[in-house]
Design a protein around this ligand. Structure first.
Ligand SMILES: [Zn+2]
Length: 346
């Protein structure tokens, strides 16, 4: 009995001692962090000062790395150059950027040009015509920026002279800017002389250059996709790539944004890829774009950003014409105010 009591007491003392030792050794680390956090933390590099600090106790380094989140978030000593950050982690983005050698005037878009099949399955190119235009072009730019993706804009020369600051925003956002004639006439019309066709083409490029403050890409789209064979041959000599489309959004005749989204998604799902024709000039396009881009992303589509290898080489006579056109804007009277406004009665 006495022996048994002694054995029980001895066991109890042992248990208390073992528990005490276990508590002493394990509690500081157990309180600090869960195991999965340790693994996560260990993957992060320690800042040099923390790594170099001598350990006062054998577990200090581990504890320090677990309980000092702020130094761990410090930037590295020599930061690597980074791409422009995208605030949206689920953005559509840009999967691939291609540069186009426009020598001889290549054609893109299977509705009219079937030689250059450069898009792979699920790849799309976003194109926008007829801008720049207040409200509508900025709405398109915002939707593209929200998805960190890039498009190709075919600007109308006249519109570029009306709203050069908007076209500058398009370029500044990293999109490609091509042209779409001076005044959006049908270049295939029988009424157009060869000279008038050339004027429309060249003035369009010079006007866009004047608005941007730099030459645009040698990329062109015929208004209404009306391809004039003579104009095509001429654009070839000017080393301008011509863009038709693979699928038309018909945004200009849609009655609501949902219809635009459905038209594009139905067509792209059928084709599997393609150059999409839209209009930043149209109000509904800017409204449809957030949903459309999200649907493209959800459908596994990837955006290809098309850039030109070289910029367009404008002709000096058309650049000069542009200056003249600008100077024809309504003049503000230069007469002194006293000769214009006279007080006749107090
Ligand atoms: Zn157009």
């Amino acid at each position: 009995m006495r022996n048994a009591l002694g054995l029980m007491l001895a066991s109890l003392v042992s248990a208390v001692v073992i528990a005490g030792v276990w508590f002493w050794n394990s509690s500081p680390r157990a309180d600090a962090a869960a195991p999965q956090t340790i693994a996560a933390r260990k993957a992060e590099p320690l800042p040099p000062q923390a790594a170099a600090k001598p350990a006062a106790k054998d577990d200090v380094q581990v504890t320090a790395s677990l309980t000092r989140p702020a130094p761990l978030a410090a930037p590295p000593v020599a930061p690597l150059p980074q791409k422009a950050s995208c605030a949206n982690p689920n953005a559509l983005g840009v999967a691939r950027t291609v540069t186009i050698d426009t020598s001889g005037g290549p054609g893109f878009g299977f509705e009219h040009f079937k030689q250059l099949d450069f898009l792979t399955d699920k790849e799309v190119v976003l194109t926008f015509d007829d801008g720049p235009w207040p409200h509508n072009t900025p709405a398109v730019l915002k939707a593209l920026a929200d998805q960190c993706t890039k498009g190709l804009f075919f600007a109308v020369g006249k519109h570029a002279t009306y709203h050069p600051e908007i076209l500058k925003q398009v370029l500044a956002a990293g999109h490609t800017v091509g042209t779409h004639t001076w005044s959006h006439v049908n270049l295939n019309s029988k009424k157009m002389t060869e000279q008038q066709v050339r004027d429309e083409l060249e003035k369009g490029f010079s006007a866009v250059k004047s608005a941007l403050g730099q030459p645009p890409a040698p990329f062109f789209r015929f208004p209404q996709l009306q391809h004039n064979p003579g104009a095509m041959a001429y654009l070839g000599t000017r080393n301008v790539a011509m863009f038709s489309t693979d699928l038309d959004s018909f945004d200009f005749r849609s009655s609501n944004a949902e219809q635009i989204v459905n038209t594009v998604m139905t067509k792209v799902d059928k084709l599997g890829k393609g150059i999409i024709l839209m209009h930043d000039f149209q109000k509904l396009t800017g409204e449809a774009l957030p949903t459309l881009l999200a649907r493209l992303k959800a459908g596994g589509y990837k955006v290809v950003h098309m850039k030109a290898k070289t910029s367009f080489d404008t002709l000096p006579e058309y650049d000069a014409m542009m200056v003249k056109d600008t100077s024809r804007l309504p003049q503000v009277s230069s007469r002194p105010v006293s000769s214009v406004v006279q007080t006749v009665a107090d």
